[in-house]
Structures are given as C-alpha cells and as structure tokens.
Design a protein around this ligand. Structure first.
Ligand SMILES: [Zn+2]
Ligand SMILES: [Zn+2]
Length: 246
C-alpha cells in the first residue's frame, strides 16, 4: 500500500511550522505525486488564514508548480473551511472558492459563528455534549443537518475528521457525500473516523481520503495510523482515493 497524495497539510499561513516550499520538499522525499496546502479558513479566530493571504498563497503555489513541474509533484491550494452557521454557511466566499483547487470542510471549536445562538451550538453545546449524554442526539441531528446543507451549498471535496469535534450521524452524512462525490477523511491526527465508524460505512458507497493533517513538514505523508484503521475496518482499497496497491 502506498500513499500517492496528501490532501491536508498546514503551513505558517495558519498555525503550521513549515512554509509551503518546506511541505512540498517533504512530500517529494516521501515520493508523493500531489500535495495540498489547506490552512484553516478565515473564520477561525486563532488559526484562520487571513482572506487576502489566500490570494498570495495562490500566486506562491503557481510559481512553485512552475518550478517543481519537472520533479513530478503537483501542488494544490485548498482551505480547511469552518462551518459558521447551522444553515450550512462556511467561512469561505465565492471569490475565494474560485481560486481554490480543493475545498475542505471541518468542524472546529473557535470558529466565529454568524450569531450568538450559533456560537452556543458550535462552541458550547458540542464540547458539552461529550459530558452530558442527554444532549448528544439533539446536537448530533443539528450538526448533521448543517453539514448536509453545506454540501448542498458549496463545491466541497472533502469533510475533514468527520465526527471528531462534533457528533454526526455518519451514515447520513456518508450517503449525501457519496451522491455528491465528496470524500470523507481518515485523518492521521484525529481519532474519528475510528475503526468502529468506518465499519458502519462499509455498506455505503462513500469514498475516503487518507491524510496526515501535518502541522510540520516532518509530518507530511505520515498516515500509518489512518492506514491501520482503514485496514482494520476492512475498507476496500479502491474506495480510498489516494492509496495505491504496491
Ligand atoms: Zn481540522
Ligand atoms: Zn487540519
């Protein structure tokens, strides 16, 4: 089994440690054919990349692609967008979406929502529901509806660490995702999707991406934990888009 691309890596533009070039060099050493630079969306008050910077990142990536063309690696620009509204609104606008190669969506605490009510749901009810189980089903339904609405509104390619920060009805999300060609992530840094969750998706048609979520160049392409979970859950390799049989 071989990873051919890592579609989720962070740089100094949000809170990663390396530059774009550092991540690309690391990906080359790992033998990857593609790497995506996906910093946090502008709506995150701690880690968000400034909106204007995304245009600068586009230029930098275009230049690097010209430079690295002969070395056999392609660099993509993505954003790990935040959900900021339970109507499915995310923190990336159409003008930004136009310059992206890849749009990722994930739940993160610390995203600045559209209203106080949504702040309470996203940043208070979600962490609280881990301790107060009676809230679990209710918030799970809210989160699931919000993600599905976002999938209907935006050209999302990947849902990052689904079910990790916020509870989701993962089968429901998977059904809509597979119809829209959206992949679910098996993230090396986060425990969801877990083996148990993956097993629940065996009889759906949803496809997966295995990503490092690297926050430093050394972590680029490090996905052993994800591969182990996928294999343990017996996910067929053809449903993992960035794995290749040796
Ligand atoms: Zn994330
Ligand atoms: Zn991330």
């Amino acid at each position: 089994m071989r990873l051919i691309a890592d579609y989720h890596t962070h740089t100094i533009y949000s809170h990663g440690k390396g530059t774009i070039r550092d991540n690309v060099e690391a990906a080359l050493k790992k033998g990857l054919k593609e790497i995506a630079i996906c910093d946090h969306g502008p709506g995150h008050f701690l880690y968000g990349v400034k909106r204007e910077k995304l245009f600068k990142m586009r230029e930098e990536i275009d230049q690097l692609n010209a430079e690295y063309r002969n070395k056999g690696i392609k660099i993509l620009l993505g954003v790990e967008a935040n959900l900021i509204g339970y109507d499915g609104t995310i923190d990336v606008d159409d003008e930004v979406i136009k310059i992206l190669d890849l749009l990722l969506l994930g739940f993160h605490y610390g995203a600045i929502p559209k209203s106080i009510r949504e702040y309470m749901l996203l940043n208070v009810a979600n962490p609280l529901s881990k301790a107060l189980s009676f809230m679990g089903k209710w918030i799970e339904r809210k989160n699931t509806e919000a993600i599905i609405k976002a999938l209907e509104k935006y050209p999302i390619d990947l849902i990052t660490h689904p079910g990790d920060k916020a509870r989701l009805d993962i089968r429901k999300v998977a059904e809509v995702a597979s119809k829209k060609g959206v992949a679910l992530e098996i993230n090396a840094k986060h425990k969801e999707l877990s083996v148990e969750s993956l097993r629940m998706l065996l009889d759906t048609k949803v496809e997966f991406l295995i990503n490092s979520d690297a926050h430093s160049p050394q972590e680029v392409g490090q996905v052993d934990k994800s591969i182990k979970r996928a294999m343990e859950a017996k996910i067929p390799i053809h449903r993992i888009r960035n794995l290749e049989e040796n």
